[in-house]
Write a protein that binds this ligand. Structure first.
Ligand code: PLP
Length: 378
């Protein structure tokens, strides 16, 4: 038995993505930059997927750029835009709960002399759109806000914040790390008022090492990778055609029923919430308004890693904190007001459309059983 509940870390590639990757590797192995037929075929594949991704966020295909993943998309967006637009406006607004790929990019820019304003959740654990808009001034070149927090599932008010910012400061560039929202929460690039949007393949049942960056027409980024000028110079390097093909197949598959899947995730998440809510000694850290794909809980008294490995023995896979940080504390949970006891025992359960009520019941029963055993045996 295998119950995989770590979908915010990575997802199992879907059959359609695997077939597209295989087919591409076996048949369509040309370099998109080559001038012969094999090159053209590869270029057509890449451009076909560009159209699929563009359609999924109601954007023009010319605005989609392929990258090696969302870490690279975020770095190109944040650092690349700051270098162009920050020369006379060296101030950037972000939040204190961003993924490391934005957080570390901000620290780099801080070292280069940028003023970074980080908005933290308020006492009720919220970051309001007013707080974001009010932090922006005429010296702000860039605002970078994630769509869904990867550790708690907290949904940030990106749409309202970006709308307010663009109304007051139309020149200010807006970036959204949409990794945990893409294919889960429907959004359109224009309605989001985002100039730049980062997406990742392996979080949506495609392969690892592929991502995309939406750049609104006219928005520029300073390139940090020098080479053949692929992807209109935004990201030099031969395109990862097989993985791009796989991402296209996954987006095609999952963009069809985002709303239906969201409702189903809400239903099974609520069932789990209720179950944990009725169990003594389990604290639910994700508010009800969070993305139903992520549920963060704590079992005070049992360290996350101990519980994680206990569950693993039963074939159940969850995460402690953020998987990207290999168990290292990211500090995001304490930003949400969790004390050390809760942070140290936090587990992230993250779902995908294939998870079932019965799997979640097994998880809940195993945690309840573990609680009895692990706390007693201490
Ligand atoms: N942004 C968020 C919110 C994420 O959850 C992740 C991965 O965990 C990333 C960015 C990085 O994505 P990738 O693994 O494609 O580099």
């Amino acid at each position: 038995m295998e119950i995989y509940l770590d979908n915010a870390a990575t997802t199992k590639p879907c059959r359609e993505a695997v077939s597209a990757v295989m087919e591409c590797m076996e048949e369509n192995y040309g370099n998109p930059s080559s001038l012969h037929k094999k090159g053209l075929e590869a270029q057509l594949t890449v451009d076909g997927v560009r159209k699929i991704i563009a359609k999924s966020i109601a954007a023009d295909p010319s605005c989609i750029y392929f990258t090696s993943g969302a870490t690279e998309s975020n770095n190109i967006a944040v650092i690349g835009a700051a270098e162009i637009y920050g020369k006379r406006k060296p101030r950037i607004v972000t939040t204190s709960i961003e993924h490391a790929s934005v957080k570390k990019a901000m620290e780099y820019l801080e070292g280069k002399g940028f003023e970074i304003v980080r908005i933290s959740p308020d006492r009720s654990g919220n970051i309001t759109h007013e707080a974001i808009v009010n932090a922006v001034d005429e010296k702000t070149c860039l605002v970078s806000i994630m769509m869904v927090n990867n550790e708690t599932g907290y949904i940030l008010p990106v749409r309202r914040a970006f709308y307010g910012i663009k109304k007051k400061y139309p020149e200010c560039i807006t970036h959204c790390d949409a990794v945990q929202g893409f294919m889960k929460i429907p959004f359109k690039a224009a309605e989001l008022n985002a100039d730049m949007i980062s997406m990742s393949g392996h979080k949506i049942h495609a392969g690892k090492g592929v991502g995309a960056l939406y750049l609104k027409k006219g928005v520029r980024t300073e390139s940090r990778i020098f080479g053949g000028g692929q992807e209109k110079g935004v990201r030099s390097g031969t395109e990862n055609v097989p993985m791009i093909a796989g991402m296209g197949a996954a987006v095609k598959k999952f963009s069809r029923d985002i709303n239906e899947r969201y409702s189903e995730m809400k239903r099974i998440n609520n069932m789990l919430r209720q179950r944990f809510g009725e169990t003594d000694g389990i604290v639910i850290n994700s508010g009800e308004e969070c993305s139903p794909y992520i549920l963060n809980i704590s079992v005070p008294g049992i360290r996350s890693e101990i519980m994680l490995h206990y569950l693993e023995e039963y074939g159940i896979y969850v995460s402690s904190g953020s998987a990207c940080s290999k168990g290292a504390k990211s500090g995001v949970l304490s930003e949400f007001g969790l004390n050390d006891r809760l942070s140290d025992s936090a587990l992230r359960i993250s779902l995908c459309g294939e998870n079932t009520v019965s799997e979640l019941r097994t998880l809940a029963e195993t945690i309840e059983y573990a609680k009895g055993r692990l706390i007693k045996s201490k």
